[in-house]
Design a protein around this ligand. Sequence first.
Ligand SMILES: C[S@@+](CC[C@H](N)C(=O)[O-])C[C@H]1O[C@@H](n2cnc3c(N)ncnc32)[C@H](O)[C@@H]1O
Length: 282
Amino acid sequence: MAGLGQRRTAVAAAFAPSDPVLLVASEEGRTQLSRAGAGMLTLRGGGTFDSGRLVGLAHGATLKVAGVSFVAYPPAITDLHATMERQAQVVEPFDGAVLALLCNVGAGSVVLEAGSGSGGLTLTLAHLVGDAGHVHSVDRNERHQPVAERNVQRAGPTLAQRVTFLQGDLSVDAGRMPGLEQDHAVDAILLDLPEPWTCLGAIERLLRPGGFVGCYLPTFNQVEQWTIAATAGPLTEQRALEVLSRDLKVAPGATRPSSRMMGHTAFLCTARRTAATVPSEG
Ligand SMILES: C[S@@+](CC[C@H](N)C(=O)[O-])C[C@H]1O[C@@H](n2cnc3c(N)ncnc32)[C@H](O)[C@@H]1O
């Protein structure tokens, strides 16, 4: 462990029982999320193997199964996204990370998120808040939230213990949800739901003064409606933007942008909560 004033250095590690493991087939780049020591595993390309072989294996080591070489990595957040179960539209890491950063989410932040959906944004937030922070993830749909819970559980206990899932409608249940009874209980509120303006009362109640609200909104109409509604509340520093991500195809002498590109995901809107207005003097 690093002492006071000492810089922490990376330590090579090995997989422990029940750690999540990303298996990457060396030749085709096919990936599969597995768990060390969780019994027999069926490989996507065919064949089975005992995942007990992963226990004690060094991170980044290669193992051969049924004639195919796989590199075993601890999954990064982007790997968890790429392999997660999906139902509603998922907030991809390039949007989620920017939205979280604009809302000043970092180590130790207490964040409220609605709705949970498939848990895409939840994974990004749980990664960013660290062990000292927490994510409260609310959804009103009983069918959606179990998918988010499964996706967070399969990410392993380190991330899973940073998240509490709550069933409820944020526009009507604020103040009644376990762990969020106190006013100004959270540092940031992140909303990926169709009508964030219905949650302005919840924002006023639960977001601490100085904290940020961030909305993920697929259409221009929603951006306008949100911005107009938010102007009437205790929110200033409004900002709206879009993140475009373009992969490069790297080949000697022929490096260029990939022909395929995700044209649109959503717009990101942020605002900051003021305290109650201070009465003027005299
Ligand atoms: C697009 S999904 C969220 C996807 C999620 N951010 C992800 O990355 O996987 C929107 C979710 O918001 C939920 N929702 C909509 N309005 C809500 C409200 N007022 N309170 C709580 N959840 C709500 C829906 O049930 C749905 O599951």
